[in-house]
Design a protein around this ligand. Structure first.
Ligand code: DNO
Length: 402
């Protein structure tokens, strides 16, 4: 695997030098300063690329070129915004930045309810609590019609949770869900969030799917010509939330979208953290079956927690990379096999870019300001463990130990 590391640009408290010391060779970044929907100009791309190369690193992956909400909704401005997206793809390709990660989640990108969940070893993890989330939906956001989507016993649980929240607790929960995590671009107030949801009222699952497939049919041929490979990131969590549809949550979703265009430019970010929330997503099987279309890997493991009766989505927290429910050793073994297969075929993409996704806040980072999920030391641990795992697997297969 090509070892990469996400960097949020010059304002990231983790520097390019730190990344180099962590042993990564590739950088995953985006031009976060450019408003969503605008074209990324050649000059801006070049400048960022030079900055990365001056630190002895390579700009391996763009994460993300965000897709404008109007494209997801299929508004009248969609064709114009898709044209802009095509220009950005061409400009990145011309600069030699050839892998682009993106997602198609309406309104909210990745979502958690607790950013400082203390796990047994006393480090802090990100957590999604279904009860807290429902409490937000029903009793803070007060979304119209929401109570019809939950079983009444579960509504009672959420009500109990909400009534135990202090004013500060309510504010914190709201900020955690709405203020935006790193890499998700919009921070909302309750008011403008309600408005954003409203604009999706007419968009159901089928329509969102069609809009995604239409987008793909417009951008994939351009990407192919530009030598760029797209890699769609799954929904996180992989369920519809707050009445919003989500269409990249399961293997079946992925199979369907990969068949819209069979080009290797139409590929997947296999995020073991996002897909891994659902017990019915078989991560190793997905790597085995979809491996030739995996253009980017996010390696991370979640620990599913015990569910209450009638709970509509999973409660989970982020485990250490080699622990939790992912079964990381099997996933990495499947990646190694896929890479060997590509190598035999003489493919130039035999080394798949991988980043250790998220990490616990631990050691000295507990005293520092960090981007939630993106502190240095937790990710350093994850990268080191995965690197060792890969090396061990390759070595034992060479030595005939397996
Ligand atoms: C979270 C990330 C996501 C991801 C986007 C890709 O840590 O995995 O925010 O970057 O969904 O478009």
């Amino acid at each position: 695997m090509e070892q990469t590391w996400r960097w949020f640009g010059p304002a990231d408290p983790v520097s390019l030098r730190d990344i180099r010391q962590a042993g990564a060779t590739g950088v995953v970044t985006a031009l976060h300063q450019i408003p969503i929907g605008d074209v990324w100009e050649k000059e801006d791309i070049k400048k960022r690329k030079q900055e990365i190369e001056a630190a002895g690193l390579t700009w391996s992956v763009v994460e993300s070129v965000p897709v404008h909400e109007a494209i997801k909704r299929g508004d009248l401005e969609a064709p114009h915004l898709i044209k802009n997206y095509q220009h950005t793809i061409r400009h990145l390709g011309a600069a030699g930045v050839r892998t682009i990660c993106y997602n198609f989640m309406p309104v909210l990108d990745w979502t958690r309810t607790d950013l400082n969940y203390r796990v047994a070893d006393t480090s802090e993890a990100l957590r999604f609590d279904a009860v807290a989330f429902a409490a937000f939906d029903l009793f803070i956001l007060k979304r119209q019609g929401a109570e019809k989507e939950y079983h009444r016993d579960f509504v009672r649980e959420a009500e109990r949770f909400a009534s135990n929240l202090t004013a500060v607790g309510k504010k914190e929960l709201t900020a955690t869900i709405l203020a935006g995590l790193p890499g998700s671009f919009e921070g909302f107030t309750i008011e403008n969030f309600r408005h954003a949801l409203d604009r999706y009222r007419h968009v159901d699952e089928g329509m969102l799917r069609n809009n995604l497939y239409r987008f793909l049919s417009e951008v994939i041929p351009v990407a192919e010509k530009a030598g760029v490979r797209l890699a769609i990131h799954p929904d996180d969590p992989p369920r519809p939330i707050l009445g919003l549809p989500r269409v990249v949550s399961t293997e079946a979703d992925v199979v369907q979208l990969l068949s819209v265009n069979h080009s290797s430019s139409n590929g997947l970010t296999l995020c073991t953290g996002s897909f891994g929330v659902r017990a019915d997503n078989d991560l190793t099987g997905m790597m085995n079956r979809l491996g030739n279309r995996v253009n980017f890997l996010h390696l991370r493991s979640v620990q599913r927690e015990k569910s209450l009766p009638h709970q509509p989505f999973e409660t989970f927290h982020e485990a250490n990379h080699l622990e939790g429910d992912a079964g990381m050793a099997d996933v990495v073994a499947a990646v190694v096999q896929e890479e060997e297969r590509r190598q035999k075929m003489g493919r130039h993409d035999a080394s798949i870019p991988m980043r250790p996704d998220h990490g616990h806040r631990m050691l000295d980072d507990l005293n520092k300001k960090v981007n939630p999920g993106y502190s240095a030391i937790g990710r350093l641990r994850g990268l080191a463990e995965i690197r060792g795992l890969e090396l061990g697997l390759r070595h034992s297969s060479k030595a005939g130990l397996s």
